[in-house]
Design a protein around this ligand. Structure first.
Ligand SMILES: Nc1ncnc2c1ncn2[C@@H]1O[C@H](COP(=O)(O)OP(=O)(O)OP(=O)(O)O)[C@@H](O)[C@H]1O
Length: 260
């Protein structure tokens, strides 16, 4: 059975009295342990799909389910949210924005455990140290603040935080596009390794085909809130693309340096 199931999904935002149809009826299934990419031009609705899956955007019609369940309603904190957070986590583009500037790495990583009442002090310490090690940061990083880290190190901390509750699904929104090319490759390789080791399922947004090609088994191409085609990696490698829109995106992406 698919782990992520999206059917007839529509998301409509009300912006200054006008309805913005960000997602216009999409269907998508992602299997357990699969890594699936969403590509498309800016504003095509990629991030909105991820947000609908975790309850941060309204599902106006259709459904967006993970493991057969809809996300908890916006603004309601309860046991369903806690159960959901233990299955699904999101990683954003900008680790600087998503890490609290006045919280140490230790606090950032312990907080999910505290909120979920997991482990005593010793157990939390052990898990924070293990989490740092898992993302390739040594113990000296534990009491640093975000501004004392490089962009790549910050994103490693954001990945470690996302994994603290041992979720099965990661929703990744342009997780490396704020990083330099060489650092980008390191973080992508880290994500691939963690996925392999932990049997994670990824749904990943990028505007960059090289990133998607590096990371994903299949991808959907989005345009104006719709999916125009779904490709697997092999079709992408052969250039077996049906839509001119996809070809244009591919050409624009290939103008940039490929991921190593
Ligand atoms: N909260 C919101 N309120 C109103 N409109 C929104 C909201 N969030 C997104 N939109 C609109 O929905 C459309 C899709 O946005 P979305 O962020 O999903 O696109 P995207 O493909 O992820 O783009 P990018 O690659 O630039 O991040 C855009 O027209 C955007 O302006």
């Amino acid at each position: 059975m698919a782990l992520i199931e999206i059917a007839g999904l529509e998301v409509v935002f009300a912006a200054r009295g006008e309805a913005v149809r960000a997602v216009r009826g999409i269907d998508l299934s992602v299997e357990p342990r699969e890594s699936f990419g969403l590509v498309g031009e800016s504003g095509s609705g990629k991030s909105t799909v991820l947000r609908a899956l975790c309850g941060l955007a309204p599902v106006s019609a259709g459904r967006a389910l993970i493991d057969g369940r809809a996300p908890p309603a916006l603004g309601r904190i309860g046991s369903r949210d806690r159960a959901f957070a233990r299955r699904v986590q999101m990683v954003f583009q900008d680790p600087y924005g998503s890490l609290h500037p006045r919280h140490t790495v230790d606090r950032v990583l312990s907080e999910p455990l505290l909120v979920h009442g997991l482990g005593g002090r010793r157990e939390r310490d052990r898990r924070v140290e293990a989490a740092l090690q898992d993302v390739g940061l040594d113990a000296s990083f534990r009491f640093r603040y975000p501004h004392q880290l490089s962009g790549g190190q910050r994103q490693r901390v954001a990945v470690a935080r996302a994994l603290m509750l041992e979720p099965s699904v990661l929703l990744l929104d342009e997780p490396t596009s704020a990083l330099d090319a060489s650092v980008q490759a390191e973080v992508l390789n880290l994500l691939s390794r963690l996925r392999e080791e932990r049997g994670l399922t990824f749904l990943m947004v990028s505007h960059d085909f090289a990133v998607i090609d590096h990371m994903c088994d299949r991808l959907a191409v989005m345009q104006q809130g719709r999916i125009v085609e779904v490709l697997d990696r092999e079709a992408l490698a052969r250039g077996a693309v049906r839509e001119d829109y996809t070809r244009a995106l591919l050409a624009a992406s290939q103008a940039h340096a490929p991921v190593q």
